[in-house]
Design a protein around this ligand. Sequence first.
Ligand code: B12
Ligand code: SF4
Ligand code: SF4
Length: 342
Amino acid sequence: MVVTFADLARFPCFLLVESGCSVIFRIGMHYSGNSNAADLTRRIKTKARELGFIRCGIARAGYLGQEAPRLKRWLDAGMNGEMGYVADGVDMRLDPCKLLVGAKSVICLAHSYFTDKKPSDSTAPKISKYAQGGDYHRILRKKANTLLGYLRQETEEFQAVVEIDSGAALEKAWAACTGVGWVGKNSIILHRDHGSFMFLALVIVDLELEYDSPLTDSCAHCTLCIDACPTGAIVEPHVVDARKCIAYLTIEIKGDLPIDKKGKLDNWIFGCDVCQDVCPWNRKALPHGEPEFDALDELYQMTTADWRNLTRETFNRLFKGTPLARGGFQRLKRNLDFNLLP
Ligand code: B12
Ligand code: SF4
Ligand code: SF4
């Protein structure tokens, strides 16, 4: 990377360096590695584990220099489709110091949502694993806040911002920087022991902590996810064109679904798991163990005929408090009709 005089002028008293994971960070008065930072880091990780997070990694907060051109290229190509919010506040997405003035560390937490429960009728319309149980925004925020409450008892006063999905942060980029996982060719974060069925949450703090290193990419020559994607949405390794992705089509689009996608949604009615189901690293995934992510057993008993006759009452019973409640009954009905009607 090139450091310009303009960059140096922005950070006059700091030396700018680029780490392996492309974070441009400021080396100033505080180095991590002091015993206080080490002790606090250890306690954060222990508490995160107690709260059910399967991974917790920490990186120094800073500008995501390597991600900037990638994000720009993705947005310039219009791959965000109708998701205008991803294009808003690009500066904030690339720099947590814009989300929290004085941010020093980004703590990345990962929580499994894997379940081995499957619908009894394998030909029935499908809902992605992530959406079958309680809404992760609420559940992870509660856990992240508990972690923060614990930290407030353990150390001096500090500022923090929690980011879960809908905020302006590139969560996968931070998961990679913090060694929580590597970016698979399907663009999803995965780990050799845990696979990829994990949600991410970020806690940005102005505390000095000890930092983790990125993991080695273990996708090697595998292309199973790219080959299996029903709509060819993984347009090159690590890059998903959202406009082609079934998750985008079934969750994000507000109006009618594009007619050229008719017959191509592979029976998915909310989200899609294909590029994760085929990933060899997910053979090791263990069930999440979080009761709030459990779905009602009735969901796995639904037949195609039950889905065809879905009423608002059944929808409310099955999906209260889940991510589907956000989209509402009409959107699910639209997706069902798109898959089931000729
Ligand atoms: C917008 C969005 C979507 C969009 C776009 C997906 C996408 N790949 O970007 C849609 C609606 C399609 C979507 C779908 C899904 N999503 Co989503 N989504 C997001 C959201 C809100 C923003 C992501 C974003 O900024 N995308 C913009 C693009 C440019 O970013 P990116 O993919 O990170 O792109 C980077 C890579 O392409 C990389 N890159 C490019 N070239 C190269 C080359 C190399 C060598 C490397 C290493 C990297 C690299 O650089 C880019 C810039 O950082 C995040 C939450 C968040 N705030 O981060 C959740 C998030 C990514 N989604 C998540 C999930 C669970 C899903 C689904 C699995 C849900 C489902 N089952 O239906 C699918 C997966 C589809 C897929 N294969 O990606 C999780 C992923 C967790 C994880 N383990 O990684 C997140 C993190 C939410 C969360 N908090 O848990 N999602
Ligand atoms: S979620 Fe489905 S449609 Fe989207 S990239 Fe993965 S396999 Fe393709
Ligand atoms: S299916 Fe293969 S290429 Fe895709 S994420 Fe998994 S290991 Fe990587």
